[in-house]
Ligand binder design. Structure first.
Ligand code: RP5
Length: 297
C-alpha cells in the first residue's frame, strides 16, 4: 500500500493526485509553538511506500517540517520515502552570481536529496544546471507541462502567437509551439533588480491579428510579464495578450498590476495554489509518482 501525506496548503493537490494514483491518504498534523518551532505528527501510521506532498513556494518555513516528516516516516517503518514538490524552490539561484554567494540550487539538492529516496517535481527552473541529477543525490522525475499548456491554449485562444520574455523561457515556448504548430518569438530580458527588468521584443509586425500568449515558467513579482505585455501592446494593439505560466508565485498585488498592464487573462497550473491556477496537472503527476515508487520497490 502506498500513502501520500500533504503538508499544510497542499491538501487539494494531494487529494487530486491520490484520486488518480489510487494512493491512500495519510493524515499529517503540524503544530507551531509560540517560539516559532514546529512539531510534526504523522497521525496515520506510515507503511509501505510513503510520499510527502509539499509545493515549495516560500520554502524556508516549510523545509524543517518536511525534513522532520520524512525522517519520522522512515523511523516508523516506511519502505521508501519520496517527495512530491510540484514547485521546486531555489532553482533560480544556480550559480554564484557574486563572490561569496550560496549556490542555493545545490544546497537544496543536497538537503532534499539526502532526506528522500526520490523527488517528483514539475518543470523546475533548469537553466545553467541542465539536469536535476547534477544537484540531487536521490532519483528525480520531472513532469513536463507543455501538453497541458498547449491543450489550454488550443481550447481558449484564437490564432495564438507565443511570446517568451527571455532566453530561459525558450524551452517552454518551443515545446508548446511545436505541439500546437503555431508561431513563436522569444524576447531578450535584462534584470536590473528583484523587481526591475527590461524586455526587448523582436518586430511583431507580421503577426497582426494573432493573439499574443506570453508564456513563462515562473511568475513572481510579475515584472517580467508586465514589461513584456507593455512591449507587445506597443506593437500589437488588439487583441490584448493573455499569459500562461507554469508556476504562479504571485499575490493579489502582482495580479492587479498584471491586469493593469493590459493582460486580458492570466492562467497558471495548479503546482502552487491560487485564484488563477486553472490548469490541472495532477493526473500526470500521479502517473510519475506511481512509476517512480514502483521502480524503487
Ligand atoms: O519577473 P518576476 O515575475 O519577478 O520573475 C519571474 C521571471 O524570473 C525568471 O527567473 C523566470 O523564468 C521568469 O521569467
Amino acid at each position: 500500500m502506498s500513502m501520500l501525506y500533504a503538508l499544510p496548503g497542499n491538501a487539494a493537490f494531494a487529494r487530486a493526485v491520490r484520486r488518480h494514483a489510487g494512493w491512500q491518504r495519510g493524515e499529517l498534523e503540524l503544530h507551531r509553538f509560540p517560539d516559532g518551532e514546529s512539531r510534526v505528527r504523522l497521525v496515520t501510521p506510515p507503511h509501505g511506500a510513503v510520499a510527502l506532498a509539499c509545493s515549495l513556494h516560500r520554502p524556508d518555513a516549510k523545509l524543517f517540517p518536511l525534513l522532520a516528516a520524512a525522517n519520522t516516516a522512515r523511523e516508523l517503518g516506511a519502505t521508501q520515502v519520496g517527495l512530491l514538490a510540484p514547485y521546486l524552490a531555489y532553482m533560480r539561484q544556480d550559480q554564484r552570481f557574486r563572490p561569496g554567494e550560496a549556490v542555493s540550487a545545490r544546497v537544496i539538492g543536497g538537503l532534499l536529496g539526502g532526506a528522500f529516496d526520490w523527488v517528483v517535481t514539475v518543470d523546475p527552473h533548469l537553466h545553467r544546471i541542465r539536469d536535476l541529477a547534477d544537484v540531487f543525490a536521490c532519483r528525480t522525475v520531472v513532469v513536463r507541462t507543455a501538453p497541458d499548456l498547449a491543450a489550454w491554449i488550443g481550447a481558449n485562444v484564437r490564432l495564438p502567437l507565443l511570446v517568451g520574455p527571455d532566453g530561459e523561457s525558450a524551452q517552454w515556448v518551443q515545446a508548446v509551439a511545436d505541439r500546437l504548430d503555431v508561431p513563436c518569438v522569444v524576447a531578450r530580458k535584462q534584470r536590473h533588480g528583484d523587481r526591475a527588468v527590461s524586455v526587448r521584443l523582436p518586430s511583431l509586425a507580421r503577426w497582426r491579428g494573432h493573439t499574443p500568449v506570453l508564456l513563462d515558467d515562473i511568475i513572481a513579482s510579475g515584472q517580467t510579464l508586465i514589461d513584456t505585455a507593455r512591449g507587445v501592446r506597443e506593437q500589437l494593439v488588439q487583441p490584448a495578450p493573455v499569459a500562461v505560466v507554469v508556476h504562479g508565485l504571485l499575490g493579489r498585488k502582482s495580479l492587479d498590476a498584471l491586469h493593469g498592464a493590459g493582460i486580458a487573462r492570466l492562467v497558471t497550473t495548479n503546482t502552487v495554489p491560487g485564484e488563477v491556477a486553472a490548469i490541472d496537472v495532477s493526473a500526470r503527476v500521479a502517473e510519475a509518482l506511481s512509476a517512480i515508487a514502483g521502480k524503487v520497490l
